[in-house]
Design a protein around this ligand. Sequence first.
Ligand code: NDP
Ligand code: KPL
Length: 348
Amino acid sequence: MSNIKKKSVLVIGGGSVGTIAALNLQAGGLASVTLVLRSNYNVVNDNGFDIESCDHGILKGWKPSVVRNTVPNLVEENLEPYDYILLSTKNIPDIPPTIVDLVKPALPSTNTHTTLVLIQNGLNIEKPFLQSHPKTVVLSGVSLIGSAEPSPGKIVQDDRDRLLIGAFANSNLDTTAATEDLAREFVEIYAKGGKTDCVFSPNVLHDRWRKLVYNACLNPICAITGLDTGRIRLADGALAGLVRPAMLEIVEAAKKSAGVQLGDDVVDFMIEVDELQLYLSPSMLADVRKGNFIEFENLLGEPLREGQKAGVAMPTLQVLYNIAKAVQWRTKEQRGLVQIPPKKKKGE
Ligand SMILES: NC(=O)C1=CN([C@@H]2O[C@H](COP(=O)(O)OP(=O)(O)OC[C@H]3O[C@@H](n4cnc5c(N)ncnc54)[C@H](OP(=O)(O)O)[C@@H]3O)[C@@H](O)[C@H]2O)C=CC1
Ligand SMILES: CC(C)(CO)C(=O)C(=O)O
């Protein structure tokens, strides 16, 4: 596959992860990247990104081939279909637009040409596309990067980009060999620049459940308590009372619902994966601090539902889920998405 020509790649979501993905794709010279931006569009269109990256160094004014502030409409703009569409927005099915609606103008439901790549956390994220785009190859991107956008257009990547790419199972497609070839081709394009550790991984379910040991537990626990991953390890009783029980529930849910054996050491590994004194904030904590909606349904709700369906007792995850749902409601109220009855004075 070394003779591949430049591929057209549409990246939707130019935030912490999507910008570094666009940078890797463009750096290898095998892709021409169009990056769809939203709140940072004006800043980036005028001045480019200001990037501080442990993989790429310091880049001022960086831009991919094209930046735009709308998802391209293939029909109205008379555009050729992209070879790849990479989705790196937050994935929040409870807040419109859903990612299926977001991508629709660039991906007709009958598509067979474009390969969709989801570099997003969580479980069952491919399921809506199996319904809406049955013949589209959907690839899984499990990212272990640590990246943030502290202000619009400024990207700080302080942990290496490690990316596992595989193909989601899709019984509507004839062979898994062909979808795996596309996954391997994407890895080649993404890794070509030599500044990332991007590899093909055949066991998507295993990769996703393993990452959930972190994301279903530390993300909501840190987001709810306001403590980063260093402080949560120091906080009185938080590891024994919250983090460990939650992680053990995910390990059991992975085994019972998906047959995924994660091994006994995964809990300690995930607790210690971030060096304590880096005081890293998981993306859900960063979102709460910014007043953004949180990805609690895919990171927490889906593994909880799968585990409970398989008969696993998940009391810690259930409480975390209910609190996360209330946090989401708080943001909905702040954004005017829910109306509440007016406050009364006592006796009125
Ligand atoms: N950050 C990290 O270190 C890691 C994140 N992940 C996962 O990667 C995925 C992306 O996360 P991350 O990069 O951190 O998220 P960010 O919030 O940093 O970036 C998401 C970007 O998508 C944009 N976006 C959202 N909705 C739309 C829309 N409708 N149209 C156009 N643009 C849109 C956002 O714009 P706007 O600013 O306007 O909201 C933002 O620029 C998530 O699933 C996350 O869980 C995985 C590993 C590590
Ligand atoms: C754990 C981390 C930082 C990626 O490695 C992540 O997935 C997140 O912050 O949501």
